[in-house]
Design a protein around this ligand. Sequence first.
Ligand code: C5P
Length: 312
Amino acid sequence: MNTVTPSPRSVTVRAPAKVNCELRVGPMGSDGFHELSTVFMAVGLFDEVTVTRSDRWSVTTTGPYAAHVPDGDDNLAVRAARLLARHMRVPRAAVSIRIDKVIPVAGGMAGGSADAAAVLVACDHLWGLRMDREELLYLAAELGSDVPFCLAGGIAIGSGRGERLAPVLARGTYHWVFALSSEGLSTPSVFAEFDRQTAGSRIPQPEPSPAMMTALRSGDPEALGDALINDLQEPALSLRPGLRAVLDAGMEFGALGGIVSGSGPTVAFLTGSSEHALDLCVALTASGVVDQVTRAKGPVHGAQVLAGPSRD
Ligand code: C5P
């Protein structure tokens, strides 16, 4: 017997932040993007995004970062919904998008990309498209270098602009502490500073390091702590010199490793257990060098529909 599934009126999806355990930056290509080799890990800080059928397009953001998120057509979440609607020729596609924002804005943790990934998954559900994963990943890459990974989650190698994903053999759960800054850093300006610092030198082709692959395969947080590396760290530190004191404080308080996350300014510290992570949060908060501290485990899943969409 055929049953007609009523179409949902709204769908909520949550999508994770990322940290780059390794970020090697190669030369800039003719498209203006740098060739990357990166190891992404999705971590348990999630934005929740709800899309609801509507007669006009709109986006609203709640949470502590709401004031920093654009509310027009340049919002990446709106662009994601419009791109999917155009690509699949969805009639009367207008949706209102509500973003409950937990991931810092312009923090080097793929906050905007997570929202775009969430919207792709949510609209796919809302409109009953049942798109296959490859097609969603293709559209995600059109929106931004980190969007495919926010769809995929887990741990993955990113190459190209960061959008081409390959699996990594990894085990273990990792306990991170994130030192957040109250003011973001623009990704293009950090890449521009990288170009300035490396001008005139030959930049090698970026590739994953054996130390990182071995660390992830072993599941040993000490080995991972030692293997953390980010070519955007020096550029981010030169634009935000105060971050050096944050890195120093975390290491002094016993982190297994510390790194600027992506293009920053978030600083990520690896610890050995959830107790260790809590201790480090307390110590960093007390030190006064950090604006705000939070902790999260990784790896976690990519963008996922939350149970119980409301229906007409
Ligand atoms: O792809 P996404 O929109 O996240 O990139 C933001 C900016 O970061 C780009 O416009 C570019 O300036 C810089 N970028 C880069 N090389 C990459 C990824 C990003 O230069 N592989």
